[in-house]
Design a binder for this molecule. Sequence first.
Ligand SMILES: [Zn+2]
Ligand SMILES: [Zn+2]
Length: 443
Amino acid sequence: MCSRVEEDFTDGPVRKLKSDKVRISRLCMKCGENEGKVVIRMNDPFCWDCFLVYVVHKFRAVIGKSKLIRDAEAVLLAYSGGSSSSALLHLVHDGMEKSKFKKLRFKADVVYIDEGATFGWNWEKRQEIVFHIVDFCKSFGFTYYITSIEQVFKLIPHSKGKDLSAVPTVMKNCCQCVPQNQDLEEKLLKLLDTCKNLTFKERLVHHLRTELLIAVALMTGNSKVMLGTSGNRLAVQMLSDIAQGRGAHVALNTGFSDARNEDIMIVRPLKDFTNKEVALYNRFNSVESVTSTSVTTMTTSRTSIERLTEKFVTGLQTEYPSTVCNITRTAEKLDSHLGHTTESRCALCKAWLDTSVDNASALNSLRLSHVLSKGGSLVQQNGIINGHDSDDLSDLLCYGCQAVVSQLASADYLPQHMKKSEKQQNLRLLQKESIQNFLIDES
Ligand SMILES: [Zn+2]
Ligand SMILES: [Zn+2]
């Protein structure tokens, strides 16, 4: 097995050891027999065989330890075509095939969301990518679904599957893109065009993608969505979340499980894997990624908070290899339920609202400047400043999402279900909360 990859995968610490001429004499820290070929942590070389065992064990251990995924449970693997989700598909397939210790016993389907419209790709380019995606999924024998991000605009609140026009088009085991729907595409582009700030645009696409993933999981009878987000990505997200005022939701956004949606739970089993480990695993198994494009691809590091944070974390990780691990471990210790005093959810990100704050708060300043910049008049109710706008969604949004929506020329361009269903649900919850004090406790 070791002979399969002859040369070293040189990167950071490996190069350092090479230059010190220490590497040649180092044996694998695990078996103590083979020559160390891969350095994951400083001074801990692995041979290829032991590295593979280490990765597979880590992956299965994180799933087993959580005790969240039951035997035969239907899980939807979200495949983006990038290296981490490619590794995820390989790890899941490998874990189901071989009768090893801790064999994975859940059922897995794959979904690919074509986001070509957000990058301005033409139809041929999108179709070409779908062909590659399909080839990759077929090689594992998974049932796969293909849809496109603009389909999220079909979702209508409370349609309960009776209205077929409210169901996103999803192709099953088919090598074609979802048929082009210019009306939906226009809605998507209008929404993105109205958001000039790339930080918020990235976030908006993230929410639309998550919403569609949940909808596809519900449609296809899956009860969990598994993401292939690596530790590096989660570390970047944690820091940029804090920078964007989403501190209250860090644990939900970056932990192993995200249960903000009552029907579908999101899990992130690659949360303890660095990009380097993913790249090495893919290289050893000849797993090739298909695409890894986002709205900030080919832009400089200063275009969005996330890109800037990524540059910061990557730079730090090169010098201090335990950076990512330290950041994700810190996120792990945070309690996802701490501090939320209401059951009302944010219309955009679906996290609990974090907007019950004092008069003199950053949130009220944000509202004040937003209302003033739009030339509106102010209403002050219980210390909370709101505009006179009847379509104002601010009472339905968390702090972070208020900033996103304040960047939009109009919230009208948001998908319907992101405005109305939550308005109704939140009203119901507010009513429930307000009468709570008058209810007689049985005890
Ligand atoms: Zn070894
Ligand atoms: Zn939110």
